[in-house]
Design a protein around this ligand. Structure first.
Ligand code: NAD
Length: 451
């Protein structure tokens, strides 16, 4: 088995960048990315890519038209591929059995049906999406409906990239994980990665371990964020400084320093849905204590978001009714335009519900997107506004909340800002991402998470 033609179904935050890097690093492999969303495919074929990631433009430019193609002709791309990556979305179910927790596999199922119909000869199917343990079994059941002249191997190759550093993570991954049953199929996929990933970083396991490892990795990462956020409240109550505590704790090599930054709570499309899915699976397998343990990670996250919004209201004299509040940053983290589960959404919802005039500025998120994310908020149409810059957002504001740690916010000129804001204005640094000393010197009032 040798992989020469790859098709990826799903041109989103994972499918697009992952395939771009594979095509860039493997010029001898033809890579086609397909999606049911024609608008998205069209954008991938322009200079305005639908996904913002540092360095992605250059990678796409090098490979597109040579061995990287974006298309809506899904059947044709399936038929011609010897390896198909499934990289579609796997959101939380909103109805039926397991609603609110279990993973919605409808897109995986429809892809599998389409593959069963359109594939020719032998095809390696790669689960790139994050999936519940034992999904490969379900995919194989669907593929079994294909004619006898077709055959398949199903591998699990979960993606560990982080948005904001996707290209770097894909070009230099900590590890590549490939789970499967058929040694020859595993080896064929290993050969693809060996074009740029050192052999010792390619890990092969059984398929269930690979599926489980992705859920476990996200659960551990989310747990670290909730752990440090829980301590941020404790620091505020006691006079300890959460950044100093994180530094001291993180220097212990058994613990490590990464993912110990207190903030507004984690966001992004994955942590919440994957931990919810883990909770659901643990309940399903009769492990309620394990489920409760992980559920708490999510509850701490919700609490942190609410807590920060309440701090804003309390510090502004217990009411924000009619007050202008600048929200600086809306993306769930810096260096991405992704707002899925962004903690800024919950923050804005709280502030709008309390009657504030909310003015949002984000360097990469459009106001149309912000409005769509807040469409269920009361007073949204009347009280939600956007600003072209942080300075413009803060003009006349009673407060500004730093909700995303964009680098540009690190260098804000607080002296100039103070002259534009209302007298006695507050800055709420929910990310500890700005220079507190220079900010305080201007006379602005400061609340910072975990300080
Ligand atoms: N976003 C991340 O940082 C990240 C990281 C690691 C893993 N993952 C996982 O990767 C998967 C994809 O995530 P994403 O963020 O790229 O999602 P996304 O929503 O950005 O992209 C998914 C794409 O799949 C397309 N799609 C859905 N069903 C289809 C079908 N039947 N045929 C053709 N196209 C179809 C959608 O139109 C969409 O464009 C998820 O399982 C996610 O959990 C995401």
């Amino acid at each position: 088995m040798k992989i020469q033609k790859i098709t990826c179904i799903g041109a989103g935050y994972v499918g697009g960048p992952t395939m771009a890097v594979i095509a860039d690093r493997c010029p001898h492999i033809q890579v086609t990315v397909v999606d049911a969303n024609a608008e998205r495919i069209e954008a991938w074929n322009t200079d305005h890519l639908p996904v913002y990631e540092p360095g992605l433009d250059a990678v796409v430019k090098r490979a597109r038209g040579r061995n990287l193609h974006f298309s809506t002709n899904i059947d044709e791309a399936i038929a011609s591929a010897d390896c198909i990556f499934i990289s579609v979305n796997t959101p939380t179910k909103t109805e039926g059995e397991g609603a609110g927790k279990a993973c919605d596999l409808r897109f995986i199922e429809s892809c599998s049906r389409q593959i069963a119909r359109a594939a020719e000869n032998h095809t390696i199917i790669v689960e790139k999406s994050t999936l519940p343990v034992r999904t490969a079994e379900k995919i194989l059941e669907v593929l079994a409906t294909a004619g006898r002249e077709k055959s398949f191997d199903v591998l699990s190759n979960p993606e560990f990239l982080a948005e904001g550093t996707a290209v770097k993570d894909l070009e230099n991954p900590d590890r590549v994980l490939i789970g499967g049953q058929n040694e020859a199929a595993i080896q064929a996929l290993v050969e693809v990665y060996l074009n740029w990933v050192p052999k010792e970083r390619i890990l092969t396991t059984n398929v269930w371990s690979a599926e489980m490892s992705k859920l476990a990795a996200n659960a551990f990462l989310a747990q670290r964020v909730s752990s440090i956020n829980s301590l941020s409240a404790f620091c505020e109550a006691t006079g300890a400084d959460v950044d100093e505590v994180a530094r001291a704790v993180g220097m212990d090599t058994r613990i490590g320093s990464k993912f110990l930054k207190a903030g507004l709570g984690f966001g992004g499309s994955c942590f919440k849905k994957d931990v919810l899915n883990l909770v659901y699976l643990c309940e399903h397998y009769g492990l309620p204590e394990v489920a409760t343990y992980w559920q708490q990670v999510l509850e701490m996250n919700e609490w942190q978001k609410k807590r920060v919004a309440q701090k804003v209201i309390q510090n502004l004299g217990g009411t924000v009714q009619g007050k202008r509040i600048a929200v600086l940053g809306f993306a769930f983290k810096k260096d991405t335009n992704d707002t899925r589960e962004a903690p800024a959404i919950a923050l804005c919802e709280h502030l709008l519900a309390a009657g504030a005039n909310v003015v949002v500025h984000d360097p990469k998120v459009s106001f149309v997107k912000i409005q769509a994310d807040l469409k269920h908020s009361p007073f949204m149409a009347k009280n939600l506004h956007s600003a072209e810059s942080a300075e413009q957002a803060c003009q006349g504001a009673s407060a500004a909340v730093l909700a995303t740690e964009w680098d540009s916010f690190r260098h804000l000129d607080w002296k100039a800002m103070a002259t534009k804001m209302s007298a006695g204005a507050w800055i709420f640094d929910a990310r500890n991402c700005t220079d507190h000393r220079s900010l305080k010197a201007t006379g602005l009032k400061l609340w910072a998470v975990g300080k």
